[in-house]
Design a protein around this ligand. Structure first.
Ligand code: GLC
Ligand code: CA
Length: 568
């Protein structure tokens, strides 16, 4: 298969203005509160990121995606936004943001901001006004308020459950002190859903997009992009009726679900695209949309957001056939939509892939929702976890990903081979998933523990104080300082792979090379660049060619199991 779009190799200001910069970018996700703490209060901050720009430059990434940095009570790690056009005072201020943006740009790194349009926080001015205003008021119309059922409105409007567990409706107390209406929240109760059929909401978000674009933000990652528009015409379908019609993703294949993946959501993104195109180069966007594969291209359309995440590899087992099917299908989808594909193994919502791959059964089902425990499984019993195997496979998978056409999304800490942290005491957990499920689901804190920069000392060099989530004693082994300049370390492996990817990458074609060994995936890019992965456990013969890099040691002319090599 081939895609004729080419990524010109440009330099200096030409590269900065290249409208296609995102098509094959390596994007590094920063979870700001857990990256680097400049003032010792235990919370990572904007100045902390600025101080690490040389580290990011040496890593060889093209862009940083910053998870939410807006004012927030942190009911959901910052995805509960109090004010869309400001910086959380715990993280800094707008001047710090501008300084960080300038430092990143000076290092040739683009900046992608996370935007959270489906819900605000319950501390947003709009929500406070809604609570203080009467039923039917304009202020209530910015959210989704309904009267309850039952004699006194004491029963929620439907039996829907929130993604984090518990009911998706919360009852309020009216300004006169009486029990009142209910508001909808797909996520935590601190995250009331906005009413996107209200023109005021739409206009305000256009203003927000311009606000950050004017400040030099190059693109946006759109949180829960598939939930914004809703059809809540009565009678509302029950939970059971909805689950019977479910297609295994957050939505129906025909777009008729009351809130997931409705067709009219794309009208919003057409308007956003017009704003993006006011800028030079146009601002980019990537949708977080857990929709049926057949409906993903709509989000990635050039008249819409332009790119959409696929979480297929992230949810797959370490298996050659599964990987090949996913890669083939997604490259075809990308050709259809005109976008480039996206690849990702780890982010702030799932168990780190170095850990998943060390768990029995290859790990795919442990990523999200397929282990019967909702979001994820973490803290697996130590005896079930093979750390060495997990890291070996994670490095092999990552090297394969970095050879694929499309954008590669990396999550902070994976370049250190960092493992999920299982041993967080209940009393220190923060994720609403944990609380709303009464501890049945362990939540996502284990991949959000602040990074180790030094092998020892207070919070392993994260900051001068204690980190906001406890770091385990073994963290020092993974520290940047322990790996910097060390041949064979995961950090040096990432640096080398990212550098090579930048040098080698040109056009977007990929051609499979048929290989007689089962469990081996071999493909060719342009100019003789090839990637070969041995998913099995026994070594196989290495195809001919100059070895550019391998994810683990090679065995003479043989490619060991769980290893990827690039050849030319
Ligand atoms: C997205 C985010 C996740 C957040 C949720 C609600 O899935 O990635 O972290 O909890 O949206 O905003
Ligand atoms: Ca701080």
């Amino acid at each position: 298969m081939s895609n004729t779009a080419t990524l010109a190799t440009l330099s200096g200001s030409d590269a900065a203005a290249d409208p296609n910069w995102w098509r094959q970018a390596s994007v590094y996700q920063i979870y700001p509160r857990s990256f680097s703490d400049s003032n010792g209060d235990g919370i990572g901050d904007i100045k902390g990121i600025t101080a690490k720009v040389p580290y990011l430059k040496a890593l060889g990434i093209d862009a940083v995606w910053l998870s939410p940095f807006y004012p927030s009570a942190l009911a959901d790690g910052g995805y509960d936004v109090d004010d869309y056009r400001d910086v959380d005072p715990k993280l800094g201020n707008l001047a710090d943001f501008d300084e960080m943006s300038a430092a990143l740009h000076a290092a040739g790194i683009k900046l992608i901001a996370d935007i959270v349009p489906n819900h605000s926080s319950n501390r947003h001015e709009w929500f406070k006004e809604a609570l203080a205003s009467p039923r039917g008021s304009d202020a209530r119309e910015r959210y989704i308020f309904r009267d309850g059922k039952g004699e006194n409105g004491e029963i929620p409007p439907s039996d829907w459950e929130s993604v984090f567990g518990g009911p998706a409706w919360e009852r309020i107390t009216e300004p006169d002190g009486t029990p009142g209406q209910w508001y909808m929240h797909i996520f935590a109760k601190e995250q009331p859903d906005l009413n996107w059929s209200n023109r005021e909401i739409r206009d305000d978000f256009l203003k927000t997009l311009r606000f950050w674009s004017d400040r030099g933000v190059d693109g946006f990652r759109v949180d829960v992009a598939h939930a914004l528009t809703k059809d809540l015409t009565e009678p509302l379908l029950s939970k059971l009726e909805l689950s019977e019609a479910n297609t295994g993703t957050d939505g129906f294949i025909d777009g008729s679900h009351p809130f997931w993946d409705r067709d009219e959501v794309h009208e919003i993104y057409v308007e956003w695209r017009e704003v993006f195109n006011e800028y030079n180069p146009p601002r980019t966007a990537v949708a977080e949309a857990w929709v049926h594969a057949s409906r993903r291209a709509r989000y990635a359309s050039p008249q819409g957001l332009g790119q959409a995440f696929n979480f297929d590899l992230l949810q797959a087992d370490f298996d050659a056939d599964e990987f090949r099917e996913i890669i083939t299908r997604n490259l075809a989808e990308a050709t259809e939509s005109g976008a480039s594909s996206t690849w990702v193994f780890s982010n702030h919502d799932v168990v780190r892939h170095a850990t998943r791959y060390g768990l029995p059964q290859g790990g795919g089902k442990h990523a999200k929702g397929q282990d019967g425990k909702g979001w994820l499984l973490a803290g697996a019993p130590a005896e079930e976890l093979d750390i060495e195997l997990g890291l070996r496979r994670a490095r092999a998978a990552t090297l394969l990903m970095l050879a694929l056409p499309g954008s590669a999304y990396l999550y902070q800490g994976e370049e250190l081979g960092l493992q999920e942290v299982g041993e967080i005491p209940d009393s220190e957990r923060q994720d609403p998933t944990f609380f709303r499920n009464k501890g049945v689901e362990i939540g996502r804190d284990g991949c959000r523990v602040p990074l180790p920069w030094e092998t020892e000392g207070s919070s392993f060099g994260f900051g001068a104080g204690r980190a906001h989530l406890p770091q385990p004693e073994w963290f020092g082994r993974y520290a940047v300082a322990a790996q910097d300049g060390q041949e064979g370390s995961t950090l040096e492996f990432y640096r080398k792979a990212l550098k090579l990817r930048r040098e080698l990458q040109a056009s977007e074609e990929l051609e499979w090379v048929e290989n007689s060994d089962a469990g081996v995936l071999h493909f060719r890019r342009h100019d003789g660049w090839q990637s070969v992965t041995n998913f099995g456990s026994d070594a196989v013969d290495l195809p001919a060619g100059e070895v550019l890099i391998s994810s683990g040691p090679l065995d003479g002319g043989r490619l060991p199991g769980n290893t990827t090599v690039w050849l030319r």
